[in-house]
Each structure stands twice: as C-alpha cells, then as structure tokens.
Ligand binder design. Structure first.
Ligand SMILES: [Zn+2]
Length: 158
C-alpha cells in the first residue's frame, strides 16, 4: 500500500483507525475524453470517501459523522475538505480518481477459519487487536473474508 504523508507523520504514534461502514462500488473513475498519456490522477483515501458519503450523500450532521467514524470533529472536517477538493480538482481539470488506502477498519470485519466457521468482528474490537483464533473451534488458522474483489483493492491487497 502506498504511504501518504499523513500516515508517515503518525507512524511514531499510536495508530488512529477511522471507522468505515461502507466501501464505494467502484474504485476508479476516469474521464472519457482525456487520452491516457495526458491523464493525471488524484488518490482519494477510503476514509475521505466515507466522509463524503456521510455528510454529502446522507446529509448527516457533522458532529454525528465524526462520532460515527470515531474521529474528532476537526479530523472529520479535514477529511471532508480534502475529499471535496480532490473531487473538484478531478471534475474540473479532467483527472482520474483512484480510491485507495488510508487508515481505516470496517465497521464489521468478516473472518473464517480453516474448518469453515465464519464470524464477524466489530470495529471496536479490531482496533485493540485482530482475532487470533476461531471462537468456535479455537484453531489459529483463520483469514479475513472479503465480500468481493473490490475489498481487496481498498485494503491494499492484504
Ligand atoms: Zn473454527
């Protein structure tokens, strides 16, 4: 996964995970008229799209958006401003938009074990520690389940 300047800043500190409830349906947008050779690209973080979704698509009040994403109001404003500026830049200047990366965990993460048991781990648990064994059969052979290929893209292929 690409490391953005913001992630580099926070590396020494404790990871601050942002809670994301829904992933966008597509991860890449490209203007039809611009030839590939001239195409510029902006990268939007997954949590920036989540900020847009909550505030601009669902019209949820800012304070509520922030608490839903487990960030301060100030951080939420920063994510939202950044998302809006990038989208505007892409739309006005004919750039492609690539949605990728960030510091986020899903509201619910799905896991399965080698025996086929499946279970879900809420964000609140995931921020402290990822699961180490299956709660049913206790095997440590477990893996995250992605609903579709797009999850893999957004999570940076882990
Ligand atoms: Zn199991």
């Amino acid at each position: 996964m690409r490391i953005c300047s913001e992630e580099r800043e926070t590396m020494g500190r404790r990871h601050r995970w942002r809670r994301v409830e829904e992933l966008p349906l597509a991860c890449y947008y490209k203007p039809a008229e611009v030839p590939a050779g001239e195409l510029e690209e902006v990268t939007l973080l997954v949590e920036e799209i989540e900020a847009l979704r909550l505030k601009d698509q669902l019209g949820i009040e800012q304070e509520k958006c922030a608490s839903q994403m487990h960030v301060s109001r100030r951080t939420f404003c920063r994510l939202l401003d950044s998302a809006r500026m990038k989208v505007a830049d892409a739309l006005i200047n004919g750039k492609a938009m690539n949605i990728q990366g960030g510091q986020f965990k899903m509201a619910m993460s799905k896991y399965k074990c080698i025996e086929g048991h499946e279970w879900q781990v809420p964000f609140e648990t995931m921020v402290t520690s990822s699961p180490e064994y299956c709660p049913q059969c206790k095997t440590p052979s477990i893996m995250p389940v992605y609903d579709s290929g797009r999850h893999r893209h957004f999570h940076g292929g882990d």
